[in-house]
Design a protein around this ligand. Sequence first.
Ligand code: ZN
Length: 107
Amino acid sequence: MTDHKTSRLEDEYFVREDAEKKRKLALQVQKETEAAELKRLKALHHMRCPKCGLGLQEVKYQGIDVDVCFACHGIFLDRGELEQLARPEKSGVMDAILNWFKGETKP
Ligand SMILES: [Zn+2]
């Protein structure tokens, strides 16, 4: 009777242990899948225009790296660059950027 009870408790212990092991493993697999997916997405989209999918060109101007899509005229800025462009001393930069598209016929 006591033996039976003990072995049942042991069974439950091992089942719990096993479940915990499998839960941790599933969590690990999920994390690895997410990391792999993030890596895949970055490889697929890095320096690609989010609107048309063509390659972005990096143009450095007055210390600001502007990513430009010459296909759809999209202009993309990294973190902090919009704040830089908003400064009064950089007021000429936007005009200069817009000039990069001059000479192209409007779609
Ligand atoms: Zn584009």
